[in-house]
Design a protein around this ligand. Structure first.
Ligand code: GAR
Length: 210
């Protein structure tokens, strides 16, 4: 199985999807550690319940982003992961950190990228009156939410949606596509090369929407 480290800041529902997929025998990964920048992240409880080591590295007390990111990389690298998974890790990462993990660092973002990079995606989708919204799994590059896409899922937007109802609908899809993307990576079907996503030995022309 592929050794992975999962970074979280909050609820950890995507982490739970990995734990469940692994328990069902559908995900050939070994979650070596869950690391949170917040001590009160509920995802740490999920890790504990699954017998996965949890660690907290608070960003408080560090002088700047670069020094926090160096400390974070040190903690991660102790586990020698082949893949580092951002699962609701709500921090911008420095160029040096991203470059260190280039090609083995992935993220899930709650929008159909390239639409709505950054925060408050569901509010912004409602303000823009889009009829289709969704989520994206992508490789992480230094530019925020701009890395090569691996897979996306769409959801409809209904007239009476609130950011909360929309977020719930999107998260159901996140819990499908994130484990799937990780499975493709673990099976060696997907990789990043020459700044793009490759699938089954060919550059991906169109991001799968499932
Ligand atoms: C997810 O919806 C994820 O897409 C989002 O945070 C949530 C974490 O939920 N990530 C971002 O907004 C990244 N900028 P979880 O802790 O329950 O997995």
């Amino acid at each position: 199985p592929l050794p992975v480290v999962v970074l979280i800041s909050g609820s950890g529902s995507n982490l739970q999807a990995f734990i469940d997929g692994q328990a069902r025998g559908e995900l050939p990964i070994d979650i070596r550690a869950v690391i949170s920048n917040r001590a009160d992240a509920y995802g740490l409880e999920r890790a504990r319940a699954a017998g996965i080591p949890g660690e907290v590295l608070s960003h408080r007390g560090f002088d700047d982003r670069a020094s926090y990111d160096r400390a974070l990389a040190e903690v991660i690298d102790r586990h020698e992961p082949g893949l580092v998974i951002l699962a609701g890790f709500m921090r911008i990462l420095s160029d040096a950190f991203v470059t260190h993990y280039l090609g083995r660092l992935i993220n899930i973002h709650p929008s159909l990228l390239p639409d709505f990079r950054g925060l408050h995606t569901h509010e912004r989708a409602l303000e823009s009156a889009v009829q289709v919204h969704g989520c994206s799994v992508h490789f992480v590059i230094p530019e925020l939410d701009a890395g090569p896409l691996i897979v996306q899922a769409e959801v409809p937007v209904w007239p009476d949606d609130t950011p909360e109802t929309l977020a719930r609908r999107v998260q159901i899809q996140e819990h499908r596509i994130y484990p799937l993307a990780v499975r493709w990576l673990a099976e060696g079907r997907v990789c990043m090369r020459e700044g793009r996503t490759w699938m089954d030995g060919r550059p991906l022309e169109q991001t799968p929407r499932i």
